[in-house]
Design a protein. Structure first.
Length: 280
């Protein structure tokens, strides 16, 4: 028998002026046909409550929207606004511009939190702390925020010395998208040979609200058998997911197919824009 997973909330920081993107709404920029914000929300789908700090936007998952007061106070002020809405003893804190987060990221952070620590955060390949890819104990986080002289306009790093933190080195999910070049790199990366199928199926799962932990191995094997060894099983597996969604959620097959076709069109549009050197 395994222990139940820890109960946690999530705070996603989705504000900011995105000056390096020319003022574009970063949270709405798509990678793999999905807005960056929706990708992060899917990664923290196990959270009991998800608080998004930023201007309200359409999202695939229900969230609680809040803003720092006054708006534009920076990530530390946004974190303080989000922390005020948290009810669970643990909280995952994530930035909205992390396209390679998956549900495994919060799970790994929760599992790595030592009993004596106030939180655990990722470190990138260069050893830099990533306080927006982290899990904190809620009460120590609130006390640390309350003890700061100011949060509006203050750097996020000023929070860290007030907390006892554990680091996870060498994280592979901390790649962020601050510029159009980084967004272009993320779009290329998810379509590489070794990752494109997983990325596509994850996108279809999110589009049709299918459990992302569904074991696909047997489905892929069956798809290859049915297709007589075809090397590109995305099409038959996608067909299965359409039928699965129709059976599980009562979505009409035509509507499910329409959503998947629209998702595929967004992937194609991104590729066209990428080839022409235009931002989306």
């Amino acid at each position: 028998m395994t222990d139940d997973p820890p109960v946690f909330d999530a705070i996603v920081l989705a504000g900011g002026a995105a000056r390096r993107l020319g003022g574009a709404d970063k949270a709405a920029v798509t990678v793999g046909g999905r807005p960056l914000l929706d990708r992060v929300l899917d990664a923290c789908r196990a959270a009991r409550r998800t608080v998004v700090v930023g201007p309200p936007r359409p999202t695939r998952r229900p969230v609680r929207w809040v803003r720092e007061d006054p708006p534009g106070g920076g990530p530390l002020a946004a974190l303080a606004a989000g922390a005020a809405e948290v009810t669970a003893p643990l909280v995952a804190v994530l930035a909205t511009d992390l396209p390679f987060l998956t549900p495994a990221t919060p799970r790994a952070l929760l599992a790595a939190l030592p009993p004596h620590a106030d939180g655990v955060l990722e470190q990138d390949a260069d050893g830099r702390d990533q306080p927006l890819t982290a899990v904190y104990r809620t009460e120590p986080l609130r006390r640390a925020l309350a003890g700061l002289p100011a949060v509006h306009g203050a750097p996020l790093r000023t929070l860290l010395p007030a907390l006892t933190l554990h680091r996870r080195a060498g994280a592979t999910t901390t790649f962020d998208c601050d510029t159009w070049a980084e967004i272009a790199a993320a779009r290329v990366r998810i379509k590489e040979h070794g990752t494109v199928l997983d990325e596509w199926i994850a996108a279809v799962n999110a589009e049709l609200d299918i459990d992302p932990d569904l074991d696909r191995t047997v489905l892929l094997d069956a798809a290859r058998d049915v297709a007589h060894g075809v090397a590109r099983p995305a099409a038959p597996l996608t067909t299965f997911l359409i039928g699965y969604a129709a059976a599980q959620h009562g979505i009409g097959p035509a509507e499910a197919a329409r959503r998947v076709a629209a998702l595929a069109a967004r992937w194609a549009q991104e590729q066209e824009q990428q080839d022409e050197g235009r931002p989306a």
